[in-house]
Design a protein around this ligand. Structure first.
Ligand SMILES: Nc1nc2c(ncn2[C@@H]2O[C@H](COP(=O)(O)OP(=O)(O)OP(=O)(O)O)[C@@H](O)[C@H]2O)c(=O)[nH]1
Ligand SMILES: [Mg+2]
Length: 482
């Protein structure tokens, strides 16, 4: 099981060789401290200037330090997070975000020279030291806490075969480099596949599971996805380009018309369609409509019965029987986008629909969405999560500033539009509490997505009935001419 998500950002060109080492050391330190739930740590590897700027901004000292740690949780040494504490876990990803560490590579190199050991060893030490800070250890004075922290550091480094002991030359060898990733195979088959279905059936969850990264926001409220979202999986000689679509529903406003139009356009000109349905033995209006569209377009289609983690297996047979009578699907696959069960089987089936052809996207690319759009979507996801009823459905999010400083820190300004003054009050909350909650959660995810520190500022404005105003809909990036 992949237990920890460690996001490492490189501010320094050409320093990527340390990435496998740091990833390994951080994962080992977390495991040694008994962290047994999926966790996230953000790492920024910078130089003297970068860390000086962060020291100035965050600690108001004009100073170069070897490492900085910014814990997110208030933990006690020896008591790792178990995900039960308040706000400990991201409700959607289930990830427990521990905080940020910043390492100054220039300083690490100097210290390595002073100690007479390798840069790898110094980086390993600094990373372990920082992980312990994130887990609540401190060493403000020479008391027992400092001794406890030192003792843990040594134990962890020793378990990795790394100590700072200068007298033991055997330990001075650099760590073995991580095995090189396998060479990229040339893509020989590439195809586009549309994911469609009623709202809330799990299309975006499935897209993320297929691509292996979060490219689409997810919520337990219907009509979360508003636009076509492209997710790319490149595997060996195959490239899958998935199109996630808004849930097909009866439009109640012009934004709804736009969303339904997106679905229609996406169930055409693709290599195959994946129709997602709930594990219910009944064909509803949206399903019948989509089956009609699939037949009219003459496209091969795969039926995915999602959320099988919520029903007895016997019920699935009934669902399969009902749908196999409605259309001649190329395959019917029960799966759980949430747990991942069956996703590999789906990929195998979909691989059969990829035509011969070169890659549409370079290796490593997982979506075609610009970074600022993903940031706006993340803020909208948090609004959907934190707010009730109609309020989040009437929000639109616009990024008004996305600027990267020389240090790599990103200044992000975001405006949240809502439809009524009363909604504005709800979004801001008592003494700004709701907006702060939304912003904090969004900032954490955005930092993880961008792999760097982000200063997020948010404003809330009212645009009455914007969902029925074509000009406003277009200005928010929903353009039916696309
Ligand atoms: N139990 C269970 N829940 C799931 C599964 N897949 C998705 N969900 C949940 O269903 C809800 C809706 O998921 P989304 O992926 O946002 O659904 P969607 O089809 O993209 O929804 P729209 O964008 O509104 O059309 C979320 O709360 C998901 O966590 C699954 O396999 N099992
Ligand atoms: Mg969706």
């Amino acid at each position: 099981m992949k237990n920890h998500d460690i996001y490492i950002d490189w501010e320094l060109p050409g320093q990527n060789p340390y990435k496998p080492l740091l990833t390994r050391v951080i994962a080992a330190a977390l495991a040694a401290e008994g962290v047994a739930i999926p966790c996230g740590v953000d790492v920024l590897l910078t130089g003297d200037e970068g860390i000086r700027e962060i020291n100035r901004e965050q600690r108001e000292v004009d100073q170069v330090t070897d490492v900085l740690s910014f814990p997110m949780l208030n933990l006690t040494p020896g008591t790792p997070p178990d995900g039960t504490g308040e706000d400990e876990r991201d409700p959607e990803t289930g990830l427990c975000y521990l905080g940020d560490m910043v390492i100054d590579l220039d300083q690490a190199k100097r210290q390595a020279e002073d100690f007479g050991h390798s840069v790898q060893r110094e980086l390993a030490y600094l990373a372990v030291h920082s992980v312990l800070h994130l887990l609540g250890y401190d060493h403000l004075d020479e008391g027992p806490q400092k001794a406890q922290m030192r003792q843990r550091e040594e134990a962890i480094l020793e378990s990795l075969g790394v100590t700072r002991d200068r007298e033991n030359p055997a330990l001075n060898e650099p760590l073995a480099p991580a095995p090189a990733p396998p060479a990229e195979a040339e893509v020989k088959r590439c195809g586009m596949l549309t994911l469609c279905g009623r709202p809330n059936v799990g299309k975006s969850t499935l897209l993320n599971a297929l691509v292996g990264e979060k490219v689409a926001i997810v919520s337990n409220k219907p009509q979360t996805t508003r636009n076509r979202i492209c997710g790319v999986l490149t595997r060996g000689e195959d490239q899958f380009v998935f199109l996630d679509t808004p849930g097909l529903h009866k439009a109640a406003n012009r934004l709804g018309d736009y969303m339904v139009g997106v679905v229609r356009k996406s169930v055409a000109d693709v290599d195959a369609v994946v129709l997602l349905v709930e594990p219910i033995p009944h064909i509803g209006g949206p399903e019948a409509d989509l089956i009609g569209q699939i037949q009219a377009a003459g496209l091969p289609a795969v039926l995915v019965i999602n959320k099988i983690d919520t029903v007895e297996k016997a019920q699935l047979l009934e669902v399969m029987a009902v749908y196999s009578q409605a259309h001649d699907f190329a395959a019917i696959l029960p799966l759980s986008a949430r747990t991942g069960e069956g996703v590999e089987d789906l990929l195998e089936v979909l691989g059969g629909f990829l035509p011969q052809g070169p890659a549409l996207f370079p290796p490593g690319v997982v979506t075609d969405q610009p970074e600022r759009q993903v940031c706006a979507e993340i803020v909208r996801e948090k609004l959907l999560y934190c707010l009730d009823k109609e309020v989040p459905h009437g929000t639109a999010v616009e990024v008004t500033k996305f600027a990267e400083r020389e240090s790599g820190i990103i200044d992000l300004h975001v405006t949240i539009y809502c439809e009524k003054d009363s909604h504005k009050g709800i979004i801001i909350g008592k003494q700004g509490a709701m907006l702060k909650k939304v912003s904090t959660q969004a900032r954490e995810d955005i930092q993880r997505f961008l792999g760097t520190q982000v200063y997020l500022e948010t404003w809330v404005k009212v645009k009455e009935r914007w969902r029925d105003n074509l000009n406003l809909i277009r200005s928010f990036g929903f353009d039916e001419r696309d």
